[in-house]
Design a protein around this ligand. Structure first.
Ligand code: AGP
Length: 610
């Protein structure tokens, strides 16, 4: 996914832009560039490939003078990765430069219209039309021109703009794509996410859809589509820059795996006092809750998997039917939803296009929406009726870890609060689960300190060359195995497949042959014997089985080849612990295979286009 940084202040813009782009590398990209206004002329330097190439081309940004500029990391959607397709793009008269995140859906018709008016295009991107369109609609007043541009653009966009006619001002517009304005002392920033500007400021203002930001070194003004000034309230991001840096770990992913005790504590602690669960401003009003006939949980990728884990917990304790939907399927399924459905939307970034679209669709049909999100003030957080932040802190690695486990815990809290309100859980069981949740951070801490990690490294060494790995489990272990498979495949590029262990004989068993590796999750006491026979069936066909079991079930070792264990915990909340083991397994396999762990090929941290 692309990244945007813009700077206006009293320092040289070049080095600040370069540094901001480096903070955005984790989003995945294939080219980058910067543009700076230098003596009333816009200078642009851009390069295909990694930011090091750009850094070299512009000597770390020092080559360009000027204190106003924009920068971009591009993840190609229209037009191959190349110098000419990289951003920033210039207007034909070179008086405007822009950087763009998102997709302009009507770019072909705009391109044809502008070409017929004599504008020449140098690249194949949709973004380039924005630069030409600004020039075409500009008549001396940039705000009016940008209002007219917003009227003409269809699709999603976050755009940073500089103009040689207004060398002391930075502009931005956005629709359905994140853009924040960072407020410094004598300097201001625009960024596609906080991490690019966090080193300079923790105070931000959010640009809303179809608004225009007019930013100088010492002031910020915001206009709505009608040109009316809009008042904005700054907010502070509680993240510190260290959290957004590697802090001595080789990879962000490993750092974020080890941050999980702290992240889980931040999710849990503000919400549990004694035996009471307080979900911030979310009050499950008894009347509304009694009218809820079903719950839809929607997300993509790992967020979807967290929803499946949440479903087994919520159904079990709230006795309300729960459906899981992939957001991309939900939005085209003409869903049966309405006031009697509670829709829970899950997203770490809060910017995933399909998930945002699903939220808007559910909302439009009268369903109350509750978002479980990590990034504060993200589009999904702002569009939902209620939001429960996971407070996991910045998650930089593309493969989510703490983002996922904190989503699960947030769903457990929601489930417990609802179950108590509905009277579908005994006080005894409610208190047991509360206790179990409050102990999770320490249990994760223990796992991360123990020899289990050494065992996982050993297993990774043994199996990193496998072409395919299976994950199986029953009940909540099956839900947890889905995420284990995704983690392994997305960072090690090994084909991995999760299936409900009870399905073994309905097809998958035909694939089991000598040395086929299966990770079998065995944490559910009541399903122990079923899992035992599934493991024996896999082994009878020559398969190799690593059992991932709770210490109480470690006897499963007798019928498995290898064993990984998690500390004793309540069966209903074991997916948080099994997730950590499976994250570490995926990490060390990918490390052994020499994969680009934090930025897996073709993947982006947040898919903000459909
Ligand atoms: C998970 O490791 C992936 N990065 C991906 O599946 C991710 O969970 C999915 O794209 C959803 O992202 P979100 O939580 O930011 O909406």
């Amino acid at each position: 996914m692309c990244g945007i940084i813009g700077y206006i202040g009293n320092k040289k813009a070049g080095p600040i832009l370069l540094d901001g782009l480096k903070k955005l590398e984790y989003r995945g990209y294939d080219s980058s560039g910067i543009a700076v206004i230098d003596g009333g002329v816009i200078s642009v330097i851009k390069s295909v490939g990694m930011i090091e190439a750009l850094d070299e081309k512009c000597s770390g940004g020092e080559l360009l003078n000027g204190t106003v500029g924009i920068g971009h990391t591009r993840w190609a959607t229209h037009g191959a990765p190349s110098d000419v397709n990289s951003h920033p793009h210039l207007s034909s008269d070179k008086r405007f430069a822009i950087v763009h995140n998102g997709i302009i859906e009507n770019f072909e018709s705009l391109r044809t219209e502008l070409k017929s008016l004599g504008y020449k295009f140098v690249g194949e991107t949709d973004s380039e039309v924005i630069a030409k369109l600004i020039q075409h609609l500009y008549n001396g007043n940039i705000i009016s021109a940008l209002r007219a541009v917003i009227d003409r653009l269809e699709g999603s966009y976050a755009v940073g703009i500089i103009s040689a006619d207004k060398p002391d001002t930075l502009y931005a517009i956005r629709k359905d794509n994140p853009l924040v304005v960072g407020l410094g002392n004598g300097e201001n920033f625009i960024a596609s996410d906080y991490t690019a500007a966090l080193e300079h400021t923790k105070r931000f203002v959010l640009l809303d859809d179809k608004e225009i930001a007019e930013i100088t070194a010492t002031s910020t003004k915001f206009y709505d589509i009608n040109g009316k000034l809009v008042k904005k309230t700054p907010y502070t991001i509680e993240w510190n820059i260290e959290e957004a840096q590697k802090g001595g770990y080789n990879h962000f992913m490993l750092k974020e795996i080890y941050e999980q005790p702290k992240a889980l504590t931040r999710t849990l602690r503000p919400r549990i006092s004694g035996d009471e669960i307080k979900l911030d401003k979310i009050e499950f009003d008894a009347e509304h809750l009694s009218s809820v006939e079903r719950i839809d949980i929607i997300g993509c990728g790992s967020a979807y998997h967290a929803g499946i884990v949440g479903r087994s917990f919520i159904e079990k304790h709230c006795r309300i039917p729960v459906n899981n939907f992939l957001a991309s399927e939900y939005i085209y399924s003409d869903p049966i939803t309405g006031p009697k459905t509670l829709t829970i939307i899950i997203s770490q970034s809060g910017e995933t296009a399909d998930t945002l679209a699903a939220l808007k669709l559910a909302h439009s049909r009268g369903s109350k929406t509750l978002a479980v999100v990590n990034v504060v003030q993200s589009a999904i957080a702002r569009a939902a009726d209620d939001v429960l932040y996971t407070h996991a802190g910045p998650e930089i690695a593309v493969a989510t870890t703490k983002g996922y486990t904190t989503q699960i815990v947030a769903l457990y809290l929601i489930g417990l609060k609802m179950a108590l309100k509905k009277g579908t859980i005994t006080t005894k069981r409610y208190k047991e689960l509360i206790r179990g949740l409050t102990k999770l951070p320490d249990k994760v801490e223990d796992m991360l300190l123990e020899t289990e990690v050494e065992k996982i490294k050993e297993y990774a060494e043994k199996f990193y060359n496998h072409k395919c790995v299976f994950f199986m489990g029953r009940g909540t272990d099956y839900a947890a195995s889905l995420e284990g498979a995704l983690k392994l495949k997305e960072i090690s590029y090994i084909h991995a497949e999760a299936y409900a262990a009870g399905e073994l004989k309905h097809g998958t068993i035909s694939l089991i042959e000598d040395d086929t590796l299966t990770l079998a999750l065995v944490t559910q006491e009541k399903l122990y014997h079923k899992m035992e026979s599934n493991i024996k069936a896999v082994k009878a066909r020559g398969g190799t089985v690593i059992a991932l079991a709770s210490r109480a079930n470690s006897k499963i070792k007798s019928c498995s080849d290898l064993l990984l264990t998690i500390p004793e915990c309540d069966d209903d909340i074991s997916p948080v612990l099994t997730a950590v083991q499976l994250q570490l397994f995926a990490y060390y396999v990918a490390l052994k295979r020499g994969c680009e762990i934090d930025k897996p090929r073709n993947l982006a941290k947040s898919v903000t286009v459909e």
